[in-house]
Design a protein around this ligand. Structure first.
Ligand code: SAM
Ligand code: SAM
Ligand code: SF4
Length: 376
């Protein structure tokens, strides 16, 4: 394992679309939570399997919702408990909550990549989706971060938001690209059960763009990124060469990683697991010296073959046939013969030298392609 994900499940407000594991910050036992995290590092980390981590990703929730004191404790605890010297160290940040002091703390502890949850450059839309930050906060936070020497900065955008038009999305994209950042993510809105948006949708009160409009937005996203020299390297991710997210590539390459924190998932020594999400259920076992694992599953060979394909096909480069053969001593063309044939005939998949990959049309219908790779 050369990657670690660390989950900070606190937010200063709850966005209408979000179903990640998170709790309203006020009144939460944040200090205790951080101590539990460090205990979890100690009881989970396997020094024989990992000499040095190559990537650390601190996500949430909102890691930057912690106050300065807590943020410093978190960074210090990470550096004291996990072996890491020179790799990619990402923190997710909410544009509104990142003060100069907090940025200085992150810089001091070697954080070298920031991923901002910007979502949109339209203040009306930001309000409608329940964000607390406004466009001005984005500019301020990014400027401050750059002044302090952060240059590997990414922003997340969401499209197909309620009442969003193609013209609006174009405008957001243009403003995002004017910032000249080395990395962008563009996600289409997923209306997840138990979110405020889901309830509105059930009542018929969520005016979403049509599927065609959503596809148009995705097309424009890809076109505009390309025009700016940002290479698409995954269905939703674009970067200047060399600025791909190394951490996320580890997921798509179907490699193992540690997952620490409430609700985090990990993949260690052949076992995929997820931690308990509720804070009490996460912290209690740890206080008794046990890992807070909630679900555990050791993928069978068949599941591993499937995962290799549907994770790998998310990358624009696709799945390397020779790597697949070396890893599994099986030929993907044989294992997945019907799926490859069918999806190629439908123009959703193509073979390029050593790689099996989605066609441009396939990128719009990724889920359909991934499903075809489930072995019966
Ligand atoms: C879990 S959030 C954490 C980042 C930080 N808390 C923030 O919101 O700024 C990570 C990213 O996932 C994306 N995301 C979250 N919920 C989504 C949804 N329902 N549909 C599409 N994208 C979503 C957003 O772009 C968000 O920035
Ligand atoms: C949606 S992605 C956004 C990544 C961002 N676009 C970037 O380039 O760095 C990040 C979110 O995925 C979730 N996530 C990532 N890895 C995770 C893991 N191992 N366990 C649980 N959640 C994870 C977290 O909610 C995190 O905030
Ligand atoms: S999108 Fe980010 S800030 Fe909003 S509720 Fe989810 S984790 Fe918190």
């Amino acid at each position: 394992m050369k990657a670690a994900y660390i989950h900070i499940p606190f937010c200063e407000h709850i966005c209408y679309y979000c179903d990640f594991n998170k709790f309203f910050l006020q009144g939460q036992p944040v200090d205790e939570y951080l101590q539990s995290l460090f205990q979890e590092f100690k009881m989970t980390f396997d020094p024989t399997a990992t000499k040095e981590l190559e990537t650390i990703f601190v996500g949430g929730g909102t890691p930057t919702a912690l106050n300065e004191r807590q943020l410093e404790i978190l960074c210090k605890g990470i550096r004291e408990n996990l072996p890491f010297t020179k790799g990619e160290f990402t923190f997710e940040a909410n544009p509104g909550d990142l003060t100069k002091e907090k940025l200085k703390i992150l810089a001091h502890y070697g954080v070298n990549r920031l991923s901002f949850g910007v979502q949109s450059f339209n203040n009306d839309l930001l309000e409608k989706i329940g964000r607390s930050h406004r466009v001005q906060d984005v500019y301020r936070s990014i400027e401050q971060a750059q002044e302090l020497g952060f240059e590997n900065i990414s922003i997340d955008l969401i499209y197909a938001l309620p009442q969003q038009t193609l013209a609006d999305f174009r405008d957001t994209l243009q403003k995002a690209l004017e910032l000249n950042l080395p990395h962008y993510s563009g996600y289409s809105l997923i209306v997840e059960p138990k979110t405020i948006f889901y309830n509105l949708m059930r009542k018929g009160k969520l005016p979403l763009p049509s599927e065609d409009e959503e596809a148009d937005m995705y097309r424009v996203l890809m076109e505009e990124m390309e025009k700016k020299g940002l290479q698409q390297y995954e269905i939703s991710n674009f970067s200047r060469p060399g600025y791909e997210s190394k951490h996320n590539l580890i997921y798509w390459n179907n490699e193992e990683y540690y997952g620490f924190g409430a609700g985090a998932h990990g993949y260690i020594n052949g076992v995929r697991y997820s931690n308990a999400g509720p804070l009490k259920k996460y912290m209690e076992p740890i206080s008794e010296g046990e890992r807070p694992v909630f679900t555990e599953n050791s993928p069978t060979k068949k599941e591993m073959l499937e995962e290799e394909m549907f994770l790998g096909l998310r990358k624009i480069k696709g799945v390397s046939v020779s790597h697949f053969q070396n890893k599994f001593t099986l030929d993907p063309y044989q294992v997945f013969q019907p799926a490859i044939k069918n999806m190629t005939e439908r123009g959703l998949l193509e073979i390029q030298h050593d790689h099996i990959r989605l066609t441009e049309k396939g990128r719009f219908l990724g889920n359909e392609v991934f499903q075809a790779f489930l072995l019966s």
